[in-house]
Design a protein around this ligand. Structure first.
Ligand code: ZN
Length: 204
């Protein structure tokens, strides 16, 4: 049972991830930002949100970004029954597949709330469970663009996985910070890749 927060690699590659979307206002802005640096990102989406904004989901998929499973309704997975856990993942897996024609192959538990019992369910889907190095950036609390940048810059390195949010509330600070970070990283020669691409780069 392992939550993957970074990948061991000597390649200059980083995975940006965005949780709790899709969001019709912020998700498209991120797609434009990643186009500017020819990068890709991973969006851990909630089934409930996908049902509301399927066009945004399709846009993410068509523009070659990855979509991961972030459950249907964002529960604490260790506090619900295993049947409910499985239902949360299965419903979202199906909804993503219906909208995009492609099954998700990675997941992130809401609140990073995870244990051995939940693992027995995610294992049924063969999902690697994806965490992140930069939880203390707390972009969802709107701590200021400078704070978000400062915390994230400390976690930059080969194989880093970084977490941001494009869902719930005002995400303007996240957008601004990601715009600046992606530009800096592109100038430093980093490739911005999806989580699945980063996992492929693992070296033992
Ligand atoms: Zn979340």
């Amino acid at each position: 049972m392992e939550i993957i927060r970074h990948v061991s690699t000597t390649q200059k590659a980083i995975a940006f991830t965005f949780d709790d979307g899709p969001n019709p206002v912020y998700t498209p802005q991120l797609l434009d930002i990643f186009d500017e640096v020819s990068g890709r990102a991973t969006f851990f989406m909630m089934g409930k949100q996908i049902e509301l904004y399927p066009e945004t989901v399709l846009d993410v998929h068509v523009r070659k970004h990855e979509i991961g499973n972030h459950t249907y309704s964002h529960p604490f997975m260790t506090r619900i029954s295993l049947e409910e856990c499985e239902r949360e993942l299965l419903d979202t897996d199906r909804i993503i597949t219906q909208v995009t024609g492609t099954r998700p192959v990675v997941m992130r538990p809401p609140y990073m709330d995870y244990n051995l019992e939940v693992h027995s369910i995610t294992a049924k889907f063969a999902y690697p469970v994806i965490g992140a190095l930069n939880g203390d950036a707390r972009d969802w609390e709107m701590p200021g663009v400078e704070h978000i940048l400062e915390v994230n810059r400390k976690q930059i390195g080969c194989g880093s996985i970084l977490l941001f949010h494009d869902g719930f509330g005002d995400r303007s600070q996240t957008i601004e910070a990601v715009r600046i970070l992606t530009k800096e990283l592109a100038e430093e020669g980093y490739q911005l890749v999806t989580v699945s691409e980063l996992l492929q780069m693992a070296e033992s």
